[in-house]
Ligand binder design. Structure first.
Ligand code: ADP
Ligand code: MG
Length: 683
């Protein structure tokens, strides 16, 4: 019965699970404050007293139970909105209780809502000062008598019967000694029943290190195995296509970062294992040219490449761009999207199959079954966070030997996140922008100052520049998004009358052709202003656009804001980003706008984003499960993460399959945990 509930409510199936159900916090039973000491500044408090009166008030959903607890110095109100029946059973007027909870004031009187409560036991209070664990529990469990206290008793009983053999060491002895870590057994005992604060801290330190270390070992093993075992296409040489492009058609000198990344990819694809590489580079760092050069290497070796983009507009842009760059080089390039005409599609599919198309650019239309390659050797995915894992898997089926994979993202990933969420991928960074870029000037303005912002925009247009206006998506309703955008469009029109200004608009629901037409009009300079939703977020390149106005900027996430800002500043002109917001802002929104104004550095912004939102909320990582650490946190414990990574790699360098006796504990543990951790490969 209890076991069932434990399973259902807390996911505790085994003794081991119970042992790994760590306390939420600890209380010192000997530290009891008096009720009269509660002030507005008091946070959590432990008091003892006598229950004077119990009342239930309200009906149904409004129902609440109030009890008054009194000691010599005052009275505090205890309130429950849930679990009322259970409280009624255990609470008796005139009895003495020990009460713990967060205090607040209501109508000037102190109260504690949903306190922890138990009969006061003088024997416990007189004992030696010690930290008693308080476990996370649920209302349902409490109702069945499995409150935090009971869980503590269960765990205490369990701890007395397990021995060092049951909780065997899973970190190699050398490392335990070198880093002066608690043994695993000691750490488990101490995290449940610490003798003192120091003891507790040592236990936490050890267990956090363990979490990071195990995750790093796992990922390094996957990476290592892929390198050793996976069969991949070999790009043996750099040939005529690459060389003639590099020597005659390259429109600019590559940055050192671009050169380095191409070398890394070149090395990787020349070996006989499948490349699985994440390439990240800030907006405008020049990833497209890297993609093209790698695709030319593939073509030089007789292999086809596929470049996938998340939106039709972006696919089209890549295609035009690449075609332009390639000029007359015989590199057989084609574009396949949802709106490719049936007749074109037919010949295209044939040309793909017979190998005369060397480079296929497209949207997710390319993963359809009917799209078959002659010999696909390379897949490049632009803006990876928009492509699902399952979608990508379908591409692998298109070739006998899995093609090399290069995932490109302009959403900079903080180092710690790259190490954890993407740790099983190889990874390259373009950390340098092409020369001559002027930093974009970013300002934050309240909507009340809209008129002066519009004057500024007019000025820029008078100088021959173009302007973006972006409106947020309000995800609950497409209809509302549309209305919101239309209202914005009307507003922009009221400032920029039709006889003087030309405005185009794009949004997600527009037919692809119309989107393309409107986009092209803006790109070619025919319209001055482009009003749109976040569809213009990804990748769009219009060098003459110098102002990005983001409406309701407080509604955007940091990486989105940074992406949007990256749409300007691509030409030689001074560029601006104006963040318009409501006057009243939450703390987090304020912090976001502030960092946007303070820096253009995508990596700094990504770090801040991680800090503000926490690791679990970052796009693309939720499904990875890599960040499900119980104690460790990649923001607060990033130094420990680096140390864990270093030791994990050291271990695997000398013993890649963990066969040495000194690594048996580690190996056994990893093996026993297989299937328990929900961590999926990114690609
Ligand atoms: P992103 O990394 O955001 O995809 P792009 O590949 O679109 O960036 O490049 C942004 C702009 O910078 C393009 O106009 C491109 O032609 C230009 N560019 C790329 N590399 C260089 C370079 N080494 N020198 C000068 N301009 C470059
Ligand atoms: Mg790009």
């Amino acid at each position: 019965m209890r076991a069932d509930l434990l399973k259902k409510e807390l996911g505790i199936f085994t003794f081991e699970d119970l042992m790994n159900h760590y306390p939420l916090r600890y209380i010192d039973r000997t530290k009891i404050d008096v009720i009269g000491s509660i002030t507005l500044q008091t946070d959590y408090i432990q008091v003892k007293g006598t229950i004077r009166e119990i009342q239930t008030l309200g009906e149904r959903r409004q129902k609440r139970l109030i009890a008054w607890l009194e000691d010599d110095t005052g009275v505090v109100e205890l309130t429950w909105f849930q679990g009322i029946q259970w409280v009624q059973k255990i609470l008796h007027e005139g009895s003495r209780y020990l009460v713990y909870g967060k205090t607040s004031f209501f109508n000037g009187r102190p109260q504690i809502t949903h306190p922890e409560i138990e009969l006061f036991d003088p024997a416990l209070a007189k004992g030696k000062s010690f930290l008693e664990p308080v476990y996370p529990t649920t209302e349902k469990l409490k109702a069945k008598g499995l409150n935090a206290r009971q869980l503590a008793k269960l765990t205490a009983a369990l701890i007395t019967v397990v021995s060092e053999k049951d909780v065997y060491e899973n970190i190699p002895e050398v490392i335990v000694q070198k880093l002066d870590l608690l043994k695993r057994y000691e750490a488990i005992v101490s995290i449940h029943f610490p003798k003192n604060l120091q003891d507790y801290e040592k236990a936490i330190h050890r267990l956090k290190f363990e979490e990071f270390f195990l995750a790093q070992v796992r990922m390094a093993m996957i990476r290592g195995r892929r390198h050793r075992k996976s069969k991949g296409v070999v790009f043996e040489k750099v040939g005529a296509l690459f060389n003639s492009f590099y020597n005659h058609h390259l429109p600019f000198e590559l940055t050192n970062a671009q050169k380095r990344v191409i070398k890394e990819i070149r090395n990787d694809t020349a070996k006989s294992h499948q490349m699985n590489r994440l390439l990240q580079g800030d907006v405008g760092s020049g990833k497209t040219i890297v993609a093209l050069l790698v695709m030319l290497i593939a073509a030089d070796n007789g292999y086809q490449s596929c470049l996938m983009a998340p939106t039709e507009i972006l696919a089209q842009q890549h295609y035009n761009n690449l075609k332009n760059l390639l000029k007359d080089l015989p590199a057989g390039i084609a574009l396949l999207t949802g709106s490719t005409k049936q007749s074109e599609r037919k010949t295209m599919l044939e040309d793909l199959k017979n190998g005369s198309i060397k480079i296929l650019v497209g949207t997710h239309a390319v993963i359809e079954k009917v799209v078959q390659f002659n010999n696909l050797g390379l897949v490049i995915i632009d803006e990876q966070h928009r492509f699902g894992v399952a979608q990508r898997a379908k591409l692998w089926e298109k070739a006998e030997t899995p093609p090399h994979v290069l995932v490109m993202t302009a959403t900079p990933i903080p180092r710690t996140l790259a190490m954890t969420a993407y740790g099983d991928l190889d990874y390259s960074v373009i950390d340098e922008l092409p020369p001559g870029r002027q930093p974009i000037i970013t300002v934050h303005r309240f909507e009340t100052k809209r008129a002066s912002v519009m004057d500024f925009v007019k000025n820029e247009i008078a100088k021959g520049r173009q302007v973006f206006f972006v409106y947020p998506l309000i995800e609950e309703s497409e209809k509302m998004d549309y209305e919101n955008l239309m209202a914005g469009y009307e507003q922009v029109k009221s400032f920029f009358p039709e006889h003087k200004y030309r405005i185009s608009m794009i949004h997600g629901k527009m037919p692809a052709e119309q989107k393309e037409v409107n986009m092209q009009r803006f790109k070619s300079g025919d319209t001055h202003i482009l009003v749109g939703t976040t569809v213009i977020e990804v990748g769009i390149d219009v060098p003459n656009a110098s102002v990005m106005v983001i409406e309701s900027a407080e509604k955007f996430g940091l990486s989105q804001l940074h992406q949007l800002r990256g749409r300007v500043g691509r030409g030689g002109d001074k560029s601006y980003c104006v963040l318009l917001s409501a006057y009243k802002l939450g703390e987090e929104a304020k912090a976001r706008l502030k960092i946007m104004c303070a820096t253009n550095d995508g990596f700094k912004i990504a770090e801040k984003d991680l800090e503000l939102r926490g690791p679990g909320e970052i796009e693309g990582t939720k499904q990875s499960g890599m960040l499900n650490f119980k104690l460790a946190n990649i923001v607060n414990d990033k130094d420990l993460l680096s140390i864990a990574k270093f030791y994990a790699e050291t271990v695997l360098k000398e013993d890649e399959e963990l066969v040495q006796p000194g690594h048996s504990g580690l190996k056994n543990y990893l093996f026993s945990q297989k299937g328990k951790t929900a961590w999926s490969k990114i690609s």
